[in-house]
Design a protein around this ligand. Structure first.
Ligand SMILES: NC(=O)c1ccc[n+]([C@@H]2O[C@H](COP(=O)([O-])OP(=O)(O)OC[C@H]3O[C@@H](n4cnc5c(N)ncnc54)[C@H](OP(=O)(O)O)[C@@H]3O)[C@@H](O)[C@H]2O)c1
Length: 281
């Protein structure tokens, strides 16, 4: 286990996500741009990744000096509550001041039969008869419960003097939601479980923001809709996406970076799309 650092820390949860990977790459390059080449006093950046995967690779940085100023630690997690709590306890031992958190967890479908239960894979419901209890449980667990367990476990860490941002700094937490989670925007119907689990996620984020307005005033919460992005999650549904509306993860990650940079803690959660435009809850 590494020693604690005084670096600014970015935590990326669900780091195997294509959007997460692109976000990490952008964060590394943005940090590179901000540094004076060969400056010995350059601020280090700490990137902490969490995933079900055993390892996550950071992009190769061309400047070997710069690579030394990015410090990466990875934690494997199965997203059960005990595992999340253990991860946060391990993160607390090594993290610096936490200024950014991105949570990318989400499922829409799974093709594979469940190994132990032989349950069929899940697909979004087209009609009400497609409702299936096990699929709903999986969707709510991955899309609503996992991000909330992380928020719950991370809140004490974000309050600790060693990790807490100062009054001049901010910590921005973006949680990947989806426009289909908007209750007021639901005109098409369908996708019951995915919609409802993202709507539940939005409510959990909004409720957390009410508490943060009292307890963590310098923390901003964002429920982020990336737009349809070319990742495994959207793959089976890309055929009807209008030309120019299927975004690359790199584009979405760059939009998210800018949105996080420009967001200020205001005591409220924001529900924003990839353009930074608010979505009605
Ligand atoms: N792609 C789109 O068009 C689109 C549109 C709207 C919203 N979104 C949202 O964007 C987020 C990122 O998705 P993506 O498009 O980058 O998809 P992706 O590449 O398929 O990534 C899937 C993500 O979900 C996590 N995950 C997979 N199975 C899980 C499970 N059973 N429990 C908990 N986490 C699980 C993965 O975490 P590990 O690192 O642990 O594997 C990874 O972070 C999701 O929340 C998604 O709902 C995507």
């Amino acid at each position: 286990m590494s020693e604690p650092t005084s670096a600014q820390t970015i935590i990326v949860i669900g780091a195997s996500s294509f959007i997460a990977q692109a976000f990490i790459e952008q964060a590394c390059h943005q940090h590179a741009k901000q540094q004076q080449p060969n400056s010995p006093v350059a601020e280090p950046l700490q990137i902490i990744t969490v995933s079900r995967q055993a390892s996550i690779k950071l992009p190769v940085l061309t400047d070997s000096e710069l690579a030394g100023r990015i410090n990466h630690q990875h934690f494997r997690c199965d997203y059960q509550q005990a595992s999340i709590e253990q991860c946060v306890s391990d993160i607390a031992k090594i993290a610096g001041t936490v200024t950014r958190i991105v949570m990318c967890n989400g499922i829409l479908h799974s093709k594979n039969q469940h190994i132990s239960t032989n349950e069929p894979g899940l697909m979004p419901e087209k009609r009400i008869e497609d409702i299936d209890a096990h699929s709903l449980e999986q969707l709510f667990y991955a899309n609503s419960i996992v991000p909330m367990l992380w928020l719950s476990a991370l809140t004490p860490l974000l309050s600790q003097p060693r990790h807490k941002v100062s009054a001049e700094q901010k910590c921005v937490i973006s949680i990947l939601s989806a426009r289909v989670g908007s209750i007021s925007d639901n005109r098409l119907g369908g996708w019951y479980g995915y919609r409802a689990s993202k709507a539940a996620l939005n409510m959990l984020i909004k409720t957390t923001a009410v508490e943060y307005a009292r307890r963590l005033k310098r923390v901003k919460l964002i429920a982020f809709h990336p737009g349809t992005t070319d990742t495994p999650l959207s793959k089976p549904f890309q055929a009807n996406v209008p030309q120019g509306k299927l975004f690359t993860p790199a584009f979405v990650a760059s939009q998210l970076q800018q949105i996080m940079d420009n967001s200020e803690p205001d005591g409220e959660a924001s529900y924003l799309d990839w353009q930074g435009e608010p979505i009605n809850w």
